[in-house]
Design a protein around this ligand. Structure first.
Ligand SMILES: [Zn+2]
Length: 203
């Protein structure tokens, strides 16, 4: 079967590349040209004792990533979740509880789909959907001062017990960090001892 690159649709070379030989299997889904157009960010910030104890972001938000997000999130091309599945699986520890950043139920229907859950499913990472949104207003419409003064964006679902252990909140993109901090605060107030954050992209 001839396979095509999920992004540019050019035929994928049948001969294994050095990436596929090393087990970096992104090549199984996209071509070398597309793969090379993404730039690693490899951000790993440890701030023990703060709201988020550790932040990991994998890729930079460049033109290729912007195009990827558009195709994945807004055109809802779910197959694209495979492209970064291995990368995500590598950074998501098995001994932590993985929590996707939820989207507002209304948004889920209207504009896009649960893209973070799609990424985790593709990566074969078990997760727990323990948070829900409390606020309707979109982040982009607020100033920094307004964001900081805002009441909590998330709460722990009523039927869920948070354990005194490590949780990792996962989002597609880190922009201001407000979303992740709010999620971490909700988890810590409910009893989590440690909250780390992993995002595919750092804006
Ligand atoms: Zn391609």
């Amino acid at each position: 079967m001839v396979k095509e690159c999920l992004l540019c649709e050019q035929t994928l070379d049948a001969t294994p590349s050095w990436q596929s030989l090393l087990g970096l299997d992104q090549q199984a889904f996209i071509c070398g040209d597309c793969s090379n157009s993404f730039k690693r960010a490899d951000i790993d910030i440890k701030e023990e004792g703060t709201t988020i104890d550790r932040t990991t972001s994998l890729y930079k938000y460049n033109a290729a990533m912007k195009e990827f997000l558009h195709q994945f999130k807004f055109l809802q091309d779910v197959a694209l979740a495979e492209v970064f599945a291995d990368d995500l699986r590598r950074v998501l520890k098995k001994d932590a509880i993985i929590v996707p950043i939820p989207m507002h139920p209304a948004k889920k229907v209207a504009r896009t789909f649960a893209q973070v859950e799609a990424l985790l499913k593709s990566a074969n990472v078990p997760y727990m959907d323990v948070l829900e949104k409390t606020d309707m207003v979109s982040m982009g419409e607020k100033t920094k001062a307004e964001r900081l003064a805002m009441p909590s964006l998330f709460k722990v679902k009523t039927n869920v017990t948070i354990k005194p252990t490590t949780y990792i909140v996962v989002d597609d993109i880190y922009t201001t960090g407000t979303t992740l901090r709010h999620a971490a605060t909700a988890l810590k107030e409910a009893g989590a001892t440690r909250v780390e954050a992993v995002t595919l992209i750092r804006a």
